[in-house]
Structure formats: structure tokens, C-alpha cells
Design a protein around this ligand. Structure first.
Ligand code: ZN
Length: 221
């Protein structure tokens, strides 16, 4: 069995989206690009997240050939595969059906950048991809169109949310922040409407957050 670290991360993320309530049952799916970049690991179709194990992950190449695994891969395999094929920098994809993001997806309204967190983590308004049936190549094409060159999140019309990150941690964080943004946008509407951040502010926040993390104080000698 190859790519143990990637398998561990895909499994942990799959359990997390289930435990956090961002999906019910076996819905949603998670994948990761392997160190051999034409290979991806994806969650199997229809297997309970809590019973899923590392060897249940399906290893596929870019021609959709199954290299390792005994289950059928997720129904949304084309969606994940087409993103990895077209967006070199994407290393992990998480797809969820969370309530607030899905509310925007059914209203077919993009989620505005109303929080600093949204600007920092996502960096753009979350658009709605044109509707296409789940599991189809047409859905993969529609989502890819909306993701474009550098977007990190997109809503699937009447369906849910997809996050494309530079790591699994990043993809999960995008899901949490988009879901929270959607929830707050709805509450703000009750208060008369939210004000979105200006595009210059969004760019500034996004760039600044890239270098965010623990850093030690440099002591002068
Ligand atoms: Zn779905």
C-alpha cells in the first residue's frame, strides 16, 4: 500500500467533515494529490466515514485507472480529477453539503467577502457554478470554469461547496470559513444587510495571511 501519509490525511478529513456536521451519512468526498502528481487518492463511494480505513481509499491515475483499492471511487471522481489535471497548485479537495453554504447554492447567489477571515483564507467571493447533475463530467467542467486560474472555493448549484487547497488543512479551513461566512451573511441580512470588503482590502488581507503563523521575536545581541 503506497502513500500512507496522504491516506491518513484523506481519512482524517473525511471523518472531520462527517463529525463537524458538514455532511450527513456518506455524502461529500475528499481527495488528495499524491507526491507522484498524476496520482490521486479519493474516498470510496458509499462507505461509512466512521468505518472507513486507510486501505479503503482509492488510488487513481489521471486516466481514471484504479491503481490501488477494492471499492468504487467517489461518484465525484471526475470533479476532483479535472481540478488536479488543470490546477497544478491544488493539493487537496474537500467537497461538503454544509447548510449555510448550500443555502447560497440553492439561491444561486455567490457568497460575498464580508469577514476579514473570508479575505484572509479564501481571498475572493465564492461564485456559483452553472448547474449540472452530480457525478457528471458536465459538473466537473462547470466547476472548473468557476474556479478559473486561482479561485479556491466554488458553490455547486443546488448541491453544496467545494474547496481546493494547497494542503488538506487549507482545504478544510476554506470549508469552515466559507460556511461561517455564509451563516453570518444571512444573519447580517436580518440586520439590514452586510457590507463587503473593498477589493484592495481583500488583496491586502489575503497576502498578509499567507505569511501568518508562529514566529519568534528576534532578540538583539
Ligand atoms: Zn455532493
Amino acid at each position: 500500500m503506497r502513500f500512507l501519509e496522504e491516506r491518513r490525511q484523506v481519512l482524517a478529513a473525511a471523518r472531520e467533515i462527517s463529525q463537524s456536521g458538514m455532511v450527513m451519512g456518506t455524502w461529500g468526498n475528499v481527495s488528495m494529490r499524491c507526491p507522484e502528481p498524476e496520482l490521486m487518492l479519493i474516498t470510496p463511494s458509499g462507505v461509512d466515514y466512521q468505518l472507513m480505513s486507510m486501505e479503503d481509499m482509492v488510488l487513481l491515475d489521471s486516466s481514471y485507472r484504479i491503481r490501488e483499492g477494492s471499492y468504487k471511487p467517489s461518484i465525484e471522481t471526475p470533479l476532483h480529477m479535472e481540478i488536479y489535471r488543470n490546477r497544478e497548485g491544488v493539493k487537496a479537495i474537500v467537497h461538503v453539503h454544509s447548510i449555510y453554504a448550500s443555502s447560497f447554492a440553492v439561491a444561486r447567489k455567490s457568497i460575498p467577502v464580508i469577514l476579514e477571515e473570508t479575505a484572509q483564507v479564501v481571498g475572493h467571493e465564492v461564485p456559483v457554478a452553472e448547474y449540472a447533475l452530480c457525478g457528471t463530467q458536465a459538473l466537473a467542467t462547470a466547476v472548473l470554469d468557476s474556479l478559473g486560474e486561482d479561485r479556491r472555493a466554488v458553490l455547486l448549484a443546488n448541491h453544496g461547496l467545494l474547496a481546493a487547497g494547497v494542503s488538506m488543512e487549507d482545504a478544510l479551513r476554506i470549508c469552515y470559513v466559507v460556511e461561517k461566512t455564509a451563516q453570518i451573511a444571512l444573519y447580517a441580512q436580518e440586520l439590514g444587510g452586510a457590507r463587503t470588503l473593498e477589493s484592495a482590502e481583500i488583496v491586502q488581507l489575503y497576502q498578509k495571511f499567507k505569511s501568518y503563523g508562529p514566529s519568534k521575536i528576534v532578540k538583539e545581541e
